[in-house]
Design a protein around this ligand. Structure first.
Ligand code: PLP
Length: 415
């Protein structure tokens, strides 16, 4: 087994080399995304090792940066894409289109046009759809290649109602309609699999629910196979969680692997998985500088130069991200609220959380920013998006330059 399969199952903020972080912030400014490509490789390899006979694809939407895609392709990962732009970026990063899987969720016409064209030249492409109407739209474009049906098992799991997709009617064909749909779909396309991505942020305590959903989808797979013949794969999507809180334990992948395999039961079809978050979350952090400290009657407010434009997850999902004072981790902790320069009370990274007492100019690190971090960054308040620096062992490279105000206004035109 590859040595990095034995890498630590989680990386905490304290594990990053603080002197190096300080040097990066001095050199490239803040806010700054710092991405560890070695950790990306380790996470992928550890995950793949826990599912030895499964097909593991990386779900690109968690972090579609070329540095991440190229790194994962170089260690043999395949890629799952959920939009036209992701397909294009995966191909630009060197992915063989014949290995790509495209998951279409309410796909815009341009996305289907692109995927159907791609499939015409690359018969290995697999398109997953979760509505009969989407299959009709594919047929309208002359597509008759490989497809998978996304099913809605009616059971969802995960860390937040906005990401528990397994019972949201938006995703997948309802379980009771799947066999009928399969008969129709297999008449018009090469039906190769069933797909269900049922939740996100699944940790050890959510495993029972998650496995119930997988059992249900495996059952459906057997029903569909009785109707239309053998399928190539059952794809259970991603959703594998990482511990955002410092006291949360990481997933015990070996147990997860065993439980998932048991839930899938005796299947001829190969198991496929699409981890996104798990591969990148703890491989990246954000460095941000303290600019203002205010002693308010009820709390201490620490103003930093990162904001919800840099990292949206706390504002959008009430997500917890660990924060560490990298300049002075040894200082005594006191409860502080940390927020950015946006004029909304949603622009807070934590409220009354004990952190080594920050002072002006201190450097703070916001952890687990690799998944749905830069992807959700915006230019709100006319803030240019931050630079992203990749480290890999002793090497450092800027993989996204810092935007300028010119980048923010570039698409505006005279009127
Ligand atoms: C978002 C998504 C994933 C990845 O989910 P994670 O929670 O990041 O692992 C996988 N498959 C599909 C279809 C998705 O939409």
């Amino acid at each position: 087994m590859d040595a990095s399969a034995d890498s630590p199952p989680v990386r905490r903020l304290a594990d990053w080399e603080h002197d190096r972080l300080g040097a990066l912030a001095d050199r490239y400014g803040t806010p700054l995304y710092v991405l560890d490509l070695a950790r990306v490789r380790e996470n992928y390899r550890r995950f793949a090792a826990a599912f030895p006979d499964a097909h593991v694809m990386y779900a690109a939407k968690a972090h579609t940066g070329r540095a991440v895609l190229e790194t994962l392709l170089s260690v043999g990962a395949d890629i799952e894409c959920a939009a036209r732009g992701e397909l294009q970026r995966a191909i630009d990063a060197g992915a063989d289109p014949d290995t790509l899987q495209y998951t279409a969720v309410n796909p815009p016409a341009a996305d289907l046009d692109y995927a159907a064209d791609l499939g015409a030249d690359h018969p290995g492409l697999t398109i997953t759809a979760g509505a009969r109407d989407t299959f009709d739209r594919l047929a309208d474009r002359g597509y008759n290649g490989r497809v998978a049906i996304r099913v809605n098992p009616g059971i969802g799991t995960g860390h937040h109602e906005k990401v528990a997709t397994g019972q949201d009617a938006k995703f997948g064909i309802p379980a009771e309609q799947v066999t009928d749909a399969a008969a129709d779909v297999s008449d018009r396309f090469d039906l190769v699999g069933l797909h269900a991505h049922v939740g996100s942020g699944v940790l050890q305590d959510d495993l029972d629910d998650h496995c119930r959903a997988i059992e249900r989808v495996a059952e459906l797979t057997r029903e569909v196979e009785r109707e239309v013949g053998d399928l190539e794969f059952l794809d259970i999507g991603g959703g594998f969680g990482v511990p955002y809180r410092e006291d949360e334990p990481p997933l015990e992948l070996e147990i997860v692997g065993e439980r998932v395999r048991a839930a899938a039961g005796d299947l001829g079809a190969q198991l496929a998985l699409e981890p996104g978050r798990y591969v990148v979350a703890d491989a990246e952090l954000i460095l941000t500088r303290v600019n203002t400290i205010k002693e308010a009657p009820s709390s201490t407010v620490v103003g930093v130069d990162a904001s919800l434009a840099t990292l949206l997850r706390p504002a959008m999902f009430e997500a917890y991200h660990p924060i560490r004072n990298v300049t002075a981790p040894e200082r005594e902790s006191e409860p502080v609220s940390v927020g950015g320069p946006c004029c909304t009370s949603a622009d807070v990274f934590c409220t009354d959380r004990p952190i080594a007492r920050p002072e002006r100019e201190d450097l703070l690190a916001i952890g687990n920013a690799g998944a749905y971090g830069y992807e959700l960054a915006s230019q709100f308040h006319s803030q240019p998006r931050p630079a992203e620096v990749a480290v890999d062992g002793g090497e450092t490279s800027v993989v996204r330059r810092r935007e300028t105000l010119d980048d923010v206004t570039r698409v505006e035109q005279d009127f």
